[in-house]
Design a protein around this ligand. Structure first.
Ligand code: SF4
Length: 495
């Protein structure tokens, strides 16, 4: 049986001047595909990777734009066009015609129409094949109809490390009719060791040069490609906008994590990007051992999912005191940009805490100022401050407070070694999250997810608040970024 794991093209949502209203990340590591490939027993299936996403030079994506694949969207008087980067028909035409099963990962609502288009092309190219779609956008019940109507034969409901091999075995043995009557593959996952040697057989890994968080130092890029790595799933916190809220823990042991690091290095990785749901909810001694190991191996690493900075210290007596050993090892670096090793970038999730007293449990008993001071002292090349805007009850006063804080912080850090970036994101009412359910119940969602999935991305708001419309929210975000010289004209952070 031949299985093809598919990366769909990056859509581009552009205004009349060609300015992107969504992230452009063509050359990031295909983590879902690679993780799933390595769940299948070696030699039992013929495996392919159909990469309709990566392009030769990610900074020249404008040259690869296709015709519009759907009508422009009228967003508050602006006409936003929808195009793909790279021609998906052409990518498919270079692939095998005898594939039995295509596996697609729909992780971002923004890309839903891209997944739909891929299904349409693959069905035409290879009509007898079966199409499986998984990922965080496909899993919630509200989204099944969209993907079934798009032509998916089966939908996977979450982590599939164990359920995919089982499903393929059932398909091979003609047991799917009885076992999956509603065409849903139940979630069954288990974090596992990923052998990157298998990726090297299937893809040109040099293409995976991008970090979702922004530029990569030249000396780090020279070491090898940028790959996501996972050592822990699950989070006991309950942030209302997050898919990972209150999910069970599942960890690679320290020994297996070290083995994973060795495997990545042996297969050409130069930058490790940790995608754990919440890295710091692991025993600090484990973390000290793992990051000490990375340091000894001369590696560079990032925390793109955000670190719960309250866990970097304790304030039981009312006075914050840093966990020095942990901070030293997580943020160690050699300060030498010409031959860099150590922490390269981190996301520091301030969320809504600079607008108001946050109600998020992970933030309301902690000191961001102390944690930030520790970080400023560490000479980390890039720090992204994650800031949540467009909450429906946001007030003009809260916005003024936020602008004031950002101005002061900018003034303090403008000339620092560390390049701080304000990663403002519009809160999205995603299906499957508490925030999504609440916004729908209050009738605040302005743009339909099935008709306009491209608008469901962090550059834009689709929620009307009490004081600001969705379009006001988007405009405000753009103005702030412009004010501090953090424009995202190429759809990327800091370029
Ligand atoms: S702490 Fe992070 S991973 Fe956990 S629920 Fe909150 S946002 Fe999600």
């Amino acid at each position: 049986m031949k299985i093809s794991f598919v990366s769909n093209p990056n859509p581009a949502l552009l205004d009349e001047s060609g300015m992107p209203y969504g992230p452009i990340r063509t050359n990031t590591f295909p983590q879902s595909q690679v993780t799933l490939v390595t769940t299948l027993p070696k030699g039992e299936y013929t495996i392919e990777l159909l990469d309709a996403r990566s392009i030769e030079n990610p900074l020249e994506w404008q040259k690869k734009l296709t015709e519009q694949y759907a009508l422009p969207i009228n967003y508050g008087g602006k006409s936003l066009t929808r195009q793909f980067i790279g021609n998906p028909e052409e990518s498919v035409s270079h692939s095998s015609r005898d594939v039995d099963v295509y596996v697609l990962s729909a992780n971002f609502t923004y890309e839903a129409n891209s997944v739909r288009k891929m299904i349409e092309i693959l069905k035409k190219y290879n009509p007898k094949s079966k199409i499986l779609v998984g990922g965080t956008d496909a899993a919630p019940p509200e989204r099944h109809n969209f993907y079934f109507k798009s032509g998916a034969d089966y939908i996977g409901l979450g982590d599939a490390d164990l359920s995919l091999p089982q499903f393929l075995d059932d398909l091979r043995n003609r047991r799917t009719g009885a076992k999956y009557p509603n065409r849903l593959i139940p979630q069954k996952g288990q974090i596992h060791f990923v052998d990157l040697g298998r990726l090297n057989e299937l893809a040109n890994t040099n293409r995976f040069s991008e970090s979702g968080g922004g530029s990569v130092l030249e000396s780090v890029a020279r070491k090898g490609f940028a790959a996501y790595i996972e050592m822990q799933r699950g989070c006991s916190r309950e942030c209302h906008f997050c898919y990972a809220a209150k999910t069970p823990f599942n960890r690679l042991s320290v020994e297996d994590t070290k083995r994973q690091i060795d495997n990545y290095l042996a297969n050409g990785v130069g930058l490790f990007m940790f995608t754990d749901d919440n890295t710091l909810l692991r025993n600090p001694r484990d973390l000290e051992e793992i990051f000490g190991y990375l340091r000894n191996r001369g590696a560079a690493w990032e925390f793109p999912n955000g670190l719960e900075f309250g866990l970097l210290g304790t304030d039981q007596t009312g006075k914050w005191s840093p966990k020095k050993e942990l901070i030293d090892v997580l943020f160690w670096n050699n300060s030498n940009k010409k031959n860099y090793a150590g922490v390269h970038r981190l996301l520091f999730p301030l969320e809504d805490s600079i607008l108001r007293r946050s109600s998020l449990t992970k933030l309301n008993r902690t000191s961001k100022d102390h944690a930030l001071e520790e970080i400023i002292d560490r000479n980390i090349p890039y720090v992204n401050l994650g800031i949540m805007t467009s909450e429906p009850r946001e007030t003009p006063n809260e916005r003024r407070t936020m602008e004031r804080w950002l101005s002061e912080f900018y003034g303090k850090t403008e000339c620092n070694y560390t390049k701080f970036n304000y990663s403002l994101f519009c809160t999205m009412p995603l299906p499957g999250t508490e925030f999504g359910r609440q916004m729908h119940a209050e009738g605040r969602v302005r743009y339909n997810i099935n008709e306009f999935p491209e608008l469901w991305n962090i550059f834009l708001s689709v929620v009307d608040g009490k004081n600001f419309t969705a379009e006001n929210n988007t405009q405000f975000r753009r103005e702030i970024l412009h004010k501090f010289g953090m424009n995202q004209d190429l759809g990327k952070v800091g370029t």
